[in-house]
Design a protein around this ligand. Structure first.
Ligand code: ADP
Length: 475
């Protein structure tokens, strides 16, 4: 753990094992923190806040820029740590490190653009000015599926705004967090500005985050139930919250779309991170006239995909995070097949040879999925693409929006009017139009409905760490 500028074993000195999900091997051990460690980290962040929030935007920018440089120099090592600990193919890990580094560079720049305002006042002898100030100590909780970029997407804007941070990474991926905090340490950040608490049990840390009055902001990426719990507890002290939660993204292919292009895009985006992404397409609504073509192209591409350890050459399908994840995917697939769906390809666990030691599920295309099936409503978080045929635009918009989630949606059409109508009608925070990757550090990322609150990235991302203060002067 890293508290007040020191590497520490924590109060108890206990550790927990980190395993490789492709092989089941223990790769390292990290300190197993508890509430006392979280409290010490929060106290250090509070002590550092006064000086850090008074540094100039140029100074904070320089620290972030230095961290970006170091992260870029260490990109290959970071990517290998990620593949080993999290399982994603090395190429995908390299992409994530680059995406993660982009947040440090972007917020090094945005730090200098935290502008205020002057407002015409009602009295002649009065002046109004509005300024933006750091909210205070930020408690951040990050997930295992994007174990590096979810750290920089929070720490980058928080530091740029003048906040100090205590971060708890997911128990499955603490090593990525340790490597990132080495980057922050080597960038020379003053002690207490960033703090890391690793733990095998998130509950006591979460409890300290929501109950400690020094924490003024909670930023969380993870599942919807945990996000709701943290938000409701944070409300007791009116802490600010930002939440990036689950999704159930529709992927809509209209009759005027290039179905082959859509199927290629679908097969690429669906299996990124083995489907373990909150913006992963979960429901493929394909116009009835295009279903056969879409499924043929998709299945042909899936048949060529290789599963295995992320460090092996040519692997596109890494392991799922653990046995529970495989069991959930298997349950959704079995339920759908029992209710009449067909597994055109895949549909089972992968246990051949070395795969038996890891948590692998075959990339799967399910045809003929209907609303009665679990997979129609539940977030999947695995390598399964359910295809649901549709007949007209109004019907598919209603089906796409018929979910409590509202994070990402994808639309394939060549009709500009239809693209525009769909973009407006879809109640999702991110819409890809003939595009499978509508994300970047410079763009706002976040969900509507039960997919979350607030936005990360873009110029909006820094607002989440700023308070607005009004000063009225008599002159
Ligand atoms: P997933 O199901 O994707 O693992 P979680 O929401 O359980 O999603 O995990 C996301 C992050 O939330 C992880 O860092 C995890 O440790 C953390 N987390 C889970 N439960 C709690 C809790 N009660 N308090 C604080 N953090 C939690």
């Amino acid at each position: 753990m890293y508290i007040d500028g020191q590497w520490t074993q924590g109060e108890s000195g206990a550790t927990f094992a980190v395993t490789n999900p492709a092989t089941g091997e223990v790769i390292d051990r990290v300190p197993d923190g508890g509430a006392a460690d979280a409290a010490a980290a929060i106290a250090a962040a509070e002590a550092a806040f006064a000086d850090w929030s008074r540094t100039t935007a140029y100074q904070r920018s320089a620290y972030l820029y230095r961290a970006w440089q170091i992260m870029t120099e260490r990109a290959e090592d970071l990517a290998r740590t990620m593949s080993t600990e999290q399982g994603k193919p090395l190429k995908a890990a390299r992409n994530e490190v680059k995406y993660g580094a982009d947040f440090l560079l972007w917020y090094a720049e945005e730090a200098k653009r935290v502008y205020g305002e002057t407002i015409p006042a009602p009295r002649g002898d009065q002046r109004f000015i509005v300024l933006k100030q750091a909210v205070g100590v930020v408690a951040a909780v990050t997930p295992w599926n994007y174990p590096i970029s979810m750290i920089t997407r929070k720490v980058g804007p928080a530091l740029a705004a003048g906040c100090t941070v205590v971060l708890k990474p997911a128990e499955a991926t603490p090593l990525c967090a340790v490597e990132m905090f080495k980057v922050f340490h080597d960038a020379g950040l003053p002690k207490g500005v960033v703090n890391l608490v690793t733990a095998s049990d998130p509950k006591p840390i979460g409890e300290e985050f929501v109950s400690n009055p020094l924490v003024r902001k909670i930023t969380f990426t993870g599942s919807t139930p945990v996000g709701k719990m943290l938000a409701s507890r944070a409300a007791a002290q009116m802490k600010r919250v930002s939440l990036e939660l689950g999704g159930h993204a529709p992927f809509i292919v209209f009759d005027d779309a290039d179905a082959e292009h859509a199927a290629k895009g679908a097969s690429l985006v669906k299996f990124l991170n083995t489907g373990q992404a909150c913006i992963s397409p979960n429901r493929f609504f394909v116009h009835r006239s295009k279903v056969d073509q879409f499924q043929d192209v998709f299945a042909t591409r899936v048949a060529r995909m290789k599963a295995g350890s992320g460090l092996e050459d040519g692997v596109q399908i890494g392991p799922l995070v653990n046995e529970a994840a495989v069991a959930k995917v298997e349950d959704q697939v079995n339920d759908a097949v029992a209710k009449g769906a067909t597994a055109v390809t895949g549909g089972r666990r992968l246990t051949e040879g070395a795969l038996a030691k890891g948590h692998f599920f075959a990339p799967t295309l399910l045809a003929g999925v209907t609303p009665e099936m679990k997979i129609y409503r539940e977030e999947t978080f695995g390598p399964v693409a359910p295809v649901i045929p549709f007949d007209d635009e109004a019907e598919v918009m209603a089906m796409a929006n018929d979910t409590t989630y509202g994070l990402a949606a994808y639309v394939y059409t060549r009709d500009i009017g239809r693209a525009w109508r769909a973009m407006e009608a879809l109640r999702f925070g991110i819409v890809g139009i003939n595009d499978i990757n509508p994300t970047a550090a410079a763009a706002p990322f976040g969900g509507m409905k039960e997919s979350g609150l607030g936005r990360e990235g873009g110029h909006e991302g820094i607002d989440e760490y700023l308070e607005t203060k009004l000063a009225g002067f008599s002159v």
